[in-house]
Design a protein around this ligand. Sequence first.
Ligand code: FAD
Length: 287
Amino acid sequence: MEMKKLFVKGHPTFSYEIFPPKKTSNFDDIHTTIKGLKELEPSFISCTYGAGGNPADTSTIDICRIMKEQYDIPPIAHITCVNNTRADIDRIIELLKDADVDNVLALRGDKNDKVPPKDDFHYASELIAYMKEKAPWIHISAACYPETHPDSENAVSDILHLKEKEDCGAEHFISQLFFDNEDFYSFREKVLIAGMKSPIEAGIMPVTSKTGILRMVSICGASVPKKLARILNRYESDPVALQDACINYAIDQINDLIANDVDGIHLYSMNKPDISARIYGAVKNLL
Ligand code: FAD
């Protein structure tokens, strides 16, 4: 799937992220998730790549194959490089070819204290360049950070490194979750000033619990605006009300993004198609 063909001005894409089931849970659960999301007319569904980047874990590619073969949904396989050698990536390319999956979200991956990084790749741009050389048939997407990646020296160097990813062959970007659209708009301006041209989908995470979101933002560095903090505080002991209020928050964010000509929305589904359905149902006529 050539990513640029998906993006038509005035008609934002609507895509979803899922993750492979945990080793302890039933693999068949993923079918329930995919079936639920298929009803929501996904532009594509991306599948994350395991924590720690264990190269022996093929579940991401297996799930992408299932989405393509059994559900006719365009898949994107996330692949990280910090814990993979060139030989590991060569093997992953063979698996992608065998599964007929030609879209990858190429990532560095988070450094994990328990898994010493391998030396072959240090940044996502190196993975992108390597995959483009080894497998030019793969269409590459990459990650971007409206509030700046937490490891960055500063916002300027982060944008310049983002541009490197485009220069190496990334043709589409998906943003980290954010809760204040103004952060996304100011990031989008900087990206345009840097001369980038690829479509950027806005990553939207529907919050489902206060502790869950606080853990998530502590890892990814996203900030919680006062408006969302008030909702989390008011409803923390009422899970049903919290969920309703946070779904409304996500819908409100998406309404505003669409009114501001966003290229697309990427919903972090958390494998909860019922929540995605409420959000998609509220905005589908705006797309
Ligand atoms: P990079 O683009 O390599 O950037 C990492 C940092 O290095 C940035 O601060 C950047 O500014 C800096 N940098 C880049 N190039 C250079 C250079 N040449 N010199 C100096 N500094 C440089 N993680 C997973 O483990 N599995 C997943 O499936 C997964 N999916 C994700 C999906 C999305 C949409 C997003 C936003 C993140 C995802 N992550 C995932 C998390 C991601 O792996 C981390 O955010 C990771 O820390 C950075 O990955 P990256 O590809 O953005 O890194």
